[in-house]
Design a protein around this ligand. Structure first.
Ligand code: ZN
Ligand code: ZN
Length: 149
């Protein structure tokens, strides 16, 4: 199922709920209002939007509502990555990985695992990737350039 996308602000609210499922709006406000300089009403609006997108559910508990995530952090990350992958030529997906490795922060163990994973993938990888872009959207050089002229 195609999930709703999340704004950066909504994502920050989700992170609180992933770490503390069942948090009340007061608890989410306590976590975020200082760091982001957001008013309580802003955070309540964000919670409302997430609820409308069926990304969180609110359960009444006494006078308060508790908020629970309906999507896991893992699923949401995977979906963001898939949409990023879908927006770039498959011959250029390596650029995403390279950028992530260049700009990200990793421990030595992380990097050993990444190297290991890359070596394992290499055994099944084709020698050359075939572009599957729509001609006119791509600069991979495999299309003979007929759509340029
Ligand atoms: Zn392509
Ligand atoms: Zn191409």
């Amino acid at each position: 199922m195609e999930r709703e996308t999340m704004s950066q602000a909504e994502w920050q609210v989700m992170r609180v709920l992933w770490a503390n499922p069942g948090a009340t709006s007061a608890q989410v406000i306590a976590s975020l209002s200082q760091a982001y300089n957001w008013q309580g009403v802003t955070i309540k609006t964000l919670l409302g939007r997430l609820k409308n997108k069926f990304l969180v559910t609110a359960e009444k508990s006494g006078k308060k509502f508790q908020y629970f995530p309906l999507v896991s952090e893992d699923e949401q990350l995977r979906q963001s990555l898939e949409s990023l992958q879908a927006s770039v030529c498959n011959t250029k997906q390596v650029d995403l990985v390279r950028l992530l490795i260049e700009t990200g922060q990793f421990s030595q163990t992380d990097l050993e695992q990444i190297s290991q994973l890359a070596l394992e993938k290499r055994d099944q990888a084709p020698e050359r990737l075939i572009c599957n872009c729509i001609p006119g959207q791509c600069t991979c050089g495999q299309h003979g350039g007929y759509y340029h002229g």
